[in-house]
Design a protein around this ligand. Structure first.
Ligand code: NAD
Length: 290
């Protein structure tokens, strides 16, 4: 089986490396030549174009920023759809709008091509370790067929439901992460302004009910002033946009998520869009004049 892999960024590159480690034959593509070179040095073949990848691969994985990128690569001019053969499976592992997943699925179905939406959580460290969490939408029999491929990059691969369901699960994940980072920021700022060591407060509360994976990942970054991504504010804004579009369309008011969207927009206007989402703490520092 030959797997095409398009999108070798912070996440896609280590994910592709884990597929090579698991013994899969890979054909890779990215706008960034350095990322492609890194993979070919490990044994992958460089794809010439989306159509070239579609021509020769049985399964194609995409790991791109957002809905417009995935639509362009799959359905646009020179896109996968122009070269794909019936029976091919697209596994889109990008975090995109659930509605976009459904649109791409419908268009591919016309060509006899199957699709899963399979976004991930866990960030770069878990992408490197091959311990991501994958949440999957699409037909159950296609999920079963692709399980081993996804498991080569993840410790948890969960079937959620029909196409789009994977991305609904991912949006739920992004709500919890955003609000949790803000909660950690508020706690650390209060400690600092009250004259107590934020680090000792963190050490004291991390093992109790307040502790979380988010706290353990982001509190040290905030205290070390390390805002290297990781997960960029820009991408989180993209996700919250998709959350709010979806929540409006289904009638689920999400007041805290809406506030987090405003906070992230403010940080982006301050020039921090390319920083890790731990930089949410900077918004609070400004308010508290820390
Ligand atoms: P990234 O910006 O680092 O990588 C995206 C890659 O896609 C880049 O290498 C870019 O060159 C490539 N690309 C863009 N358009 C292309 C095209 N037309 N053809 C070929 N390559 C193209 O982003 P990332 O952090 O790897 O995130 C990818 C997806 O995974 C996003 O949807 C993101 O929300 C999601 N995600 C990211 C993280 C994280 O911690 N970074 C965690 C979970 C999920």
């Amino acid at each position: 089986m030959k797997i095409g892999f398009i999108g070798l960024g912070i996440m896609g590159k280590p994910m592709a490396k884990n597929l090579i480690k698991a013994g899969y034959e890979l054909v890779v593509l990215d706008l960034n030549k350095a990322a492609v070179d890194e993979l070919t040095a490990l044994g992958a073949q460089a794809g010439k174009s989306n159509v070239d990848i579609a021509n020769q691969c049985d399964v194609i994985i995409t790991m791109l920023p957002n809905s417009p990128h995935v639509k362009a690569v799959v359905l646009g001019e020179g896109g996968i759809i122009e070269g794909v053969k019936p029976g091919t499976i697209l596994i889109d592992m990008s975090s995109i709008a659930p509605l976009a997943s459904r649109e791409i699925y419908e268009a591919l179905a016309q060509k006899g091509v199957e699709m899963l939406d399979a976004p991930v959580s866990g960030g770069e460290p878990k992408a490197i370790d091959g311990t991501l969490s994958v949440m999957v939408g699409g037909k159950k029999e296609i999920f079963d067929k692709c399980y081993d491929i996804m498991k080569a990059m993840a410790s948890s691969v969960v079937y959620i439901g029909e196409i789009g369901a994977g991305n609904i699960a991912k949006l739920c994940n992004q709500i919890v992460v955003a609000i949790n980072i803000a909660a950690v920021s508020e706690a650390l700022i209060l400690a600092k302004k009250a004259g107590v060591s934020p680090d000792l407060v963190y050490q004291a509360i991390r093992g109790g009910l307040a502790g979380s994976t988010v706290m353990d990942a982001k509190a040290p970054m905030m205290m070390d002033r390390n805002f290297k991504p990781g997960f960029r504010i820009d991408l989180h804004i993209k996700d919250l946009n998709n959350v709010l579009e979806t929540s409006h369309s289904v009638g689920a008011p999400l007041p805290l998520t809406a506030q987090l969207m405003e906070i992230m927009q403010a940080i982006k206007l301050d020039g921090c869009g390319v920083e890790d989402h731990a930089s949410i703490v900077k918004f609070y520092e400004k308010l508290a004049e820390v």
